[in-house]
Write a protein that binds this ligand. Structure first.
Ligand SMILES: O=C(O)CCC(=O)C(=O)O
Length: 339
């Protein structure tokens, strides 16, 4: 450990002792940004988790979801706006009346390219770690994080095998992703939408490489995220998708319940059969939006969706899935982290 690293860690601890969590995060982020530094990056994850600022439940909005008029009354697909038009009202209106909101241009091209590269590095570091027998190496791009209350350990191998890494396990990726969110300006909008401080889930916020021939599995994330949720997912492909690479297949509707799951031929107990989808939605058309790198789809626990694999697709898709929770309703096992 270099002297600078030791000094930075000590300075951050000093700030934490004074209760200044955000200042400690800012200090370590500034120090970690220029070059890989495992000690600083890893400490950042710990502080973001253990020091996470939360809104007390008594101060959270009494009513959920927030009430908004339908700002997209003529839209019978997915409402779509540009980043400059994004407001908490647009988000709330689209989610509650249409199930999701597509926002163009949330991450610029250079950020998308960096996160794609980060994904490859994180997956390579995870593979490298698995191949090492005996004492495992520490690595900025992959280091399992298993705080009390988390059960990421049970999902990790499956997750990595399917091309995903949680940001809680990828300390350097977390630095880049937090910078990307800061530059995008979406966190204050999500805070406005929640009416309180948001946190990210370190476990279900992931970078992912989705193969061209991925399985198509209908699901709603509310099936497994928990009960009494106040969440929004920023689903952000960092490569173009929807035509030659799988984007997202979805029913562009606000649903009001979690559909029954399991059944013949389903790989997981949280997926919904195509017959059930058809029966429940009355045969509503499935949409497959096309995305440029850096566009975002915002949706919540109710949206019925699947990886949008279609015959003839030839390219993989890279992307970020970032689940924000209203901090008063954060769920411990999903590893809340300050954003
Ligand atoms: O990225 C994908 O292909 C699937 C995403 C998904 O299922 C989700 O965000 O819940």
């Amino acid at each position: 450990m270099s002297v600078d690293t030791a000094e930075c860690l000590a300075a951050a601890d000093h700030l934490l002792a004074e209760g200044r969590v955000t200042a400690a995060i800012d200090l370590l982020t500034e120090a970690a940004r220029p070059a890989e530094n495992y000690e600083l990056e890893r400490r950042l994850i710990e502080i973001r988790h253990t020091g996470c600022t939360r809104t007390p439940e008594a101060d959270a909005p009494a009513h959920w979801p927030p009430l908004h008029p339908d700002l997209f009354p003529d839209c019978d697909g997915v409402p779509e706006i540009d980043r400059a038009e994004l407001t908490a009202e647009a988000m709330g209106s689209a989610l509650v009346h249409h199930g999701s909101l597509l926002v163009r241009g949330v991450f610029p091209a250079h950020t998308a390219a960096q996160l794609k590269d980060d994904t490859d590095r994180a997956l390579a570091a995870a593979a490298e770690r698995r191949a090492v027998k005996g004492k495992k190496p520490t690595h900025s791009y992959f280091q399992p994080y298993d705080p009390p209350g988390s059960d990421l350990a049970v999902a990790r191998a499956w997750q990595v095998d399917s091309g995903s890494v949680s940001v809680a396990d990828a300390p350097r990726v977390a630095v880049h992703l937090m910078d990307a969110f800061e530059a995008s300006g979406i966190v204050p909008i999500i805070a406005d939408y929640f009416g309180e401080i948001p946190v990210l889930t370190g476990r279900k916020t992931i970078v992912r490489k989705v193969p061209a021939d991925s399985k198509f599995e209908w699901h709603q994330d509310g099936q497994f995220l928990g009960d009494d949720l106040r969440v929004v997912n920023a689903w952000i492909p960092v490569t173009r998708c929807g035509s030659t690479a799988p984007g997202l297949a979805m029913i562009p509707r606000r649903l009001d319940r979690i559909l029954s799951t399991g059944g013949d031929g389903q790989a997981f107990d949280w997926t919904v059969t195509p017959d059930n989808v058809e029966a429940f939605t009355g045969g509503a058309p499935v949409v497959y939006p096309e995305f440029e790198a850096g566009d975002a789809l915002f949706f919540d626990d109710w949206l019925l969706h699947a990886t949008g694999t279609r015959p003839g697709m030839t390219e993989d898709r890279y992307g970020v899935e970032a689940w924000f929770f209203a901090s008063s309703h954060a769920v411990e096992r999903w590893i809340p982290i300050q954003v």
